[in-house]
Design a protein around this ligand. Structure first.
Ligand code: PHE
Length: 341
């Protein structure tokens, strides 16, 4: 029995020493110390020993058990340490690897153009206003002298929210003229950029949603000369010194007289080319002297005050400014396109 115990001890210790995985160690523990294990089997034979032999053998068996248990304990610690080591190695972070540069966005060409326009007008003492895209038809039309029956009020031209055509997506930024007149003390110098909506099909020059910049001045003794002087300056600042402009008579319900301003084509200098569709001129904005009816509806005395206003398409301005051929590129937001500006 003594030899048996010694054999179990040396075999077991050797096996524990070699063990490579926690599961294998567990198997060995069962093999030697389990209920049906080798040491247990030996202990079961104790009953056959004489009363003199039993205490010594019992002590020896206990020593073997203790030796095996502590060997298991240290083997298990060794395995745990090795597992931790392996994990640390696998999850190691190499802080010397070059980082990924965060991808910065790029300013949209239309907003570059808008910022330029804002700068020009803020420099002349104008205030920049922001207004609602969902607007009352009263402000979009009635207060702008566009009476019931005006063609732009038609359901096929305008997005309405309700059956009785009271609330709509604004078709122009001009209701901001009314909002400014209703809310600001005179004199007024404002611009109001923003989105507008019309029932247009999408093509290279049209979109059901686009942007305008409204501008308005109301003061004493304001004349058409002020309008032309300011808008000529705008054209030169946007498109370069010496940019030639042309004012053509036009009609808007809320201005009288009304005009459109063209700039001479930057490509051909007025001779006519594909950029200006052979015209030599490119239409930039609508403008005019504020109609006395519009002033009166805002409780402003047209005998005392006068004013002018303009509305320009922002996409078109950006397209001209950056020589972009197709309006749709402005809304697609393809970074390869945007990064060129
Ligand atoms: N609101 C007009 C349009 O959308 C432009 C305009 C604004 C004309 C101000 C005159 C004065 O066409």
């Amino acid at each position: 029995m003594k030899e048996q115990l010694a054999k179990i001890k040396s075999e077991a210790l050797a096996a524990f020493d070699q063990v490579a995985a926690p599961a294998a160690l567990d198997e060995l523990r069962v093999k030697y110390l389990g209920k049906k294990g080798e040491l247990t089997a030996v202990l079961k034979q104790m009953g056959r020993l004489s009363a003199e032999e039993r205490p010594a053998m019992g002590q020896l068996a206990n020593e073997v058990r203790a030796a095996l248990e502590s060997a298991i304990e240290s083997a298990s610690q060794k395995l745990e340490a090795a597992a931790l080591e392996a994990r640390l190695k696998a999850e190691a972070l190499d802080v010397t690897v070059p980082g990924k540069a965060p991808k910065l966005g790029h300013k949209h060409p239309m907003y570059i153009a808008l910022d330029e326009i804002k700068n020009i007008f803020v420099g002349m003492g104008f205030t920049v206003l922001d207004g609602p895209e969902i607007e009352l038809a009263e402000l979009n039309f009635d207060r702008l002298n566009a009476e019931e029956g005006h063609p732009s009020r038609d359901w096929s031209d305008t997005f309405y929210f309700d059956q009785d055509s009271r609330v709509m997506l604004r078709s122009q930024t001009s209701p901001m003229q009314v909002r400014a007149m209703d809310s600001m003390p005179l004199a007024i110098r404002i611009i109001a950029p923003g989105r507008v909506y019309r029932k247009d099909e999408v093509d290279a020059t049209h979109s059901p949603m686009f942007h305008q910049v409204e501008g308005m001045v109301i003061d004493k003794n304001v004349t058409m000369a002020d309008l032309k002087g300011t808008l000529n300056l705008l054209a030169e600042e946007l498109f370069g010194k010496g940019t030639v402009t042309r004012f053509r008579p036009h009609h808007f319900p809320f201005t009288e007289p009304s005009c459109e301003m063209d700039v001479q084509c930057h490509k051909c200098g007025g001779a006519g080319c594909p950029t200006c569709k052979g015209e030599g001129w490119i239409e930039l904005l609508g403008a005019g002297m504020i109609h006395p009816n519009v002033l009166r509806m805002a409780n402003i005395d047209p005998e005392e005050w006068s004013g002018w206003a303009f509305g320009m398409g922002l996409e078109r301005t950006a397209m001209r400014r950056f020589k972009i051929a197709d309006l749709r590129l402005i809304f697609e937001n393809d970074v390869r396109f945007l990064e060129q500006f």
